[in-house]
Design a protein around this ligand. Structure first.
Ligand code: CA
Length: 404
């Protein structure tokens, strides 16, 4: 079996640099890669009828509604008319903790479909159905999968945010989060596509970043037959070690926190509150914005920035008390070394400085109203310590969980 595809033809060329091309059983040279023809699309017949007219094993469809063209935007551009289908699969009551679990999903089916299917893997600990817009590679892509005509599915991977993170005590919930939600949803999604358009997808892809990248890699190993291509972006392979690094970071930040609260809800944000994060982001911008050739509020040359920016030198050091205009030496030390579990060349990217620098390289996400540089609110990048205090959903920019 040979599985090859043209990323450019697939319309996802922007992710090519991080894509995994899977070739099974082949030894031919790159000059001899078979080129697939263009997929042929179709127009959706009747969106609302999918709510009652579609059936699949252990699947409950909650709603099927038309979303008008322009109701969603991505980077300031309208997303075309599509059908939004929401539902759950395999709802059950756990014998372990007595809670009700299900694999929640939404699927967005373009009115003018390109003939292609995309499984959108999400990040972090899942637990919420992210908008199935087909934007998953970070960096605020100017066009997402839905705009490119893909039928896109997104899921919560088998548990709700309210069940985070203790869903892990239920073995099936853990398996769904690990990989089985992907394998369960895709056959249903393909059947739903066939019900909607009169034929199944001619091309199927899966992609995601961080934990979504991990979902993608596991799908390549366990469900290779379901997909034609896999786009794994910064996959989070070793989550237990990442969790240890996160806990170590929490310990370090607690040494400079000013309000500690009551365990387990220490207010670690007081270790580097928004005013001080603004001091840091402004200092990074001052040193790095223009290095990419354009002073536009975006730091696009991260490599040059890592050389040019010096935390100790370029950020004012508090001479006495913290007043929101400076950082103490202790804060600088923690900022520079908050993820010591990573002793590689990536270390600086794992620290708070690295995270903020990367945040400044992003544009507003697909739910933003315009392509506003994320730098306008870069101080709201996700705090790297506690997802309990800082859930992903409200972030205005795609400067989100960077779990490198
Ligand atoms: Ca710039």
């Amino acid at each position: 079996m040979h599985i090859h595809f043209s990323l450019r033809r697939a319309g996802l060329a922007g992710a090519a640099s991080v894509a995994l091309l899977v070739a099974c059983g082949g030894s031919e040279s790159s000059d001899n890669i078979p080129q697939l023809g263009l997929a042929t699309g179709a127009t959706i017949a009747n969106c609302a009828s999918l709510a009652t007219g579609f059936s699949f094993a252990e699947t409950s469809i909650a709603s099927a509604v038309v979303v008008a063209s322009g109701a969603l935007t991505n980077a300031g551009q309208p997303v075309g008319e599509h059908c939004l289908v929401t539902g759950t699969m395999k709802q059950r009551v756990s014998a372990v903790d007595g809670q009700t679990y299900a694999i929640g999903f939404e699927m967005r089916l373009p009115k003018d479909w390109s003939g292609r299917y995309l499984y959108q893997g999400n990040g972090g600990t899942d637990g919420a159905v992210a908008q199935a817009s087909g934007g998953f590679s970070g960096g605020g892509p100017l066009r997402n999968g839905l705009q490119l005509g893909f039928a896109v599915i997104s899921s919560d991977a088998g548990h709700s945010n309210a069940q985070n993170p203790l869903f892990g005590v239920d073995p099936q919930a853990r398996l769904n989060y690990g990989y089985q939600a992907v394998g369960t949803l895709t056959p249903m999604a393909k059947a739903l596509i066939k019900a909607a358009y009169g034929k199944g997808p001619e091309r199927s892809y899966i992609g995601g970043t961080s934990n979504g990248g991990r979902h993608t890699m596991v799908a390549a190993a366990r469900y290779a037959q379901d997909y034609d291509g896999f786009l794994a972006v910064s996959p989070g392979f070793n989550l237990p070690k990442a969790a240890v690094a996160q806990l170590h970071g929490a310990q370090q930040w607690s040494t400079v926190a000013t309000t500690t609260g009551t365990a387990p809800n220490f207010d670690l944000e007081s270790a580097l509150p928004q005013a001080e994060r603004a001091v840091l982001s402004k200092a990074i911008l001052a040193k790095c914005d223009a290095l990419d050739g354009l002073a536009d509020g975006l730091v696009q040359d991260l490599s040059a920035c890592r050389t040019a920016f010096d935390l100790a030198r370029d950020v004012p050091t508090c001479s006495s008390t913290r007043d929101g205009t400076c950082l103490t030496n202790a804060q600088k030390t923690v900022s520079a070394t908050s993820s010591p579990a990573r002793k590689t060349a990536r270390t600086r990217r794992s620290t708070v400085v690295g995270r903020m620098t990367r945040a400044l390289s992003k544009q507003a996400g697909q739910t933003g109203s315009s392509a506003t540089p994320c730098a306008t609110d870069a101080t709201r990048w996700l705090w790297p310590i506690s997802s309990r205090r800082h859930p992903q959903a409200p972030l205005p920019c795609r400067a989100r969980w960077i779990t490198r």
